[in-house]
Design a protein around this ligand. Structure first.
Ligand SMILES: Cc1cc2nc3c(=O)[nH]c(=O)nc-3n(C[C@H](O)[C@H](O)[C@H](O)COP(=O)(O)O)c2cc1C
Length: 185
């Protein structure tokens, strides 16, 4: 089993990372984490190469990630909420999924990607509004052919209680691992 984890946080020991670490403790198989703030992935520039061709004209680290996306079994989008959205760097990375949109809706090709399970983990300093970032994350998931998405897991109020001490969120992250591992379909 292969799991791709997209981390939208700039903080190396932050709330998002603590929940990702909890997930990887019980996740079976192999996983790859892409740190949106530290990877070499440029945003989409709408050059429209993918209107006529498969893949992407920008030759950077995303080329490896496309291969991983195409045959992995699960995708996780984990991010802090910034201004009621996923972080900008994560959206930069997400914009490169436009090639899958073009494949489906512009070139009208059948997907060859394996159907995947997905999960979204969000953290927020305040009371948190998750509708917008969750909707965005689900849209990105659909571009990656995630057909079975787990209920959103969130840790709010991290200004006062770090996610690493949020018992409910930690338990829900364990449920995501179980969902991916095939324990609770
Ligand atoms: C620029 C910026 C914007 C933010 N906007 C929100 C917000 O809209 N809602 C919220 O609940 N928290 C917001 N926060 C707080 C972060 O989501 C919170 O501190 C989070 O736990 C950080 O996660 P991390 O440690 O994984 O990076 C914002 C923080 C920053 C730096």
């Amino acid at each position: 089993m292969k799991t791709l984890i997209l981390n939208g946080s700039p903080r190396v020991h932050g709330d998002t990372v603590s929940l990702i670490e909890r997930l990887t403790q019980s996740l079976e198989g192999e996983y790859r984490i892409v740190d949106a703030y530290r990877c070499n992935i440029a945003p989409c520039i709408d050059c429209r190469y993918c209107w006529k061709n498969s893949g992407c004209a920008i030759k950077d680290e995303m080329q490896e990630i496309y291969s991983y996306i195409e045959d992995c079994d699960n995708v996780v989008i984990a991010s802090p909420i910034y201004f009621s959205e996923l972080t900008g760097k994560l959206l930069d990375l997400g914009s490169r999924l436009q090639t899958y949109y073009s494949s489906k809706f512009i070139r009208k090709e059948q997907t060859t990607m394996t159907p995947k399970k997905g999960a979204v983990i969000l953290v927020g300093g305040g009371s948190g509004k998750l509708e917008k970032p969750y909707e965005t994350a689900c849209m990105l998931m659909h571009h990656m052919n995630c057909t079975n998405i787990h209920e959103v897991v969130c840790s709010f109020n991290t200004d006062k209680v770090p996610a690493s001490q949020d018992k409910k969120a930690l338990e829900e992250v364990d449920e995501i691992a179980g969902f991916f591992n095939g324990e609770n379909k």
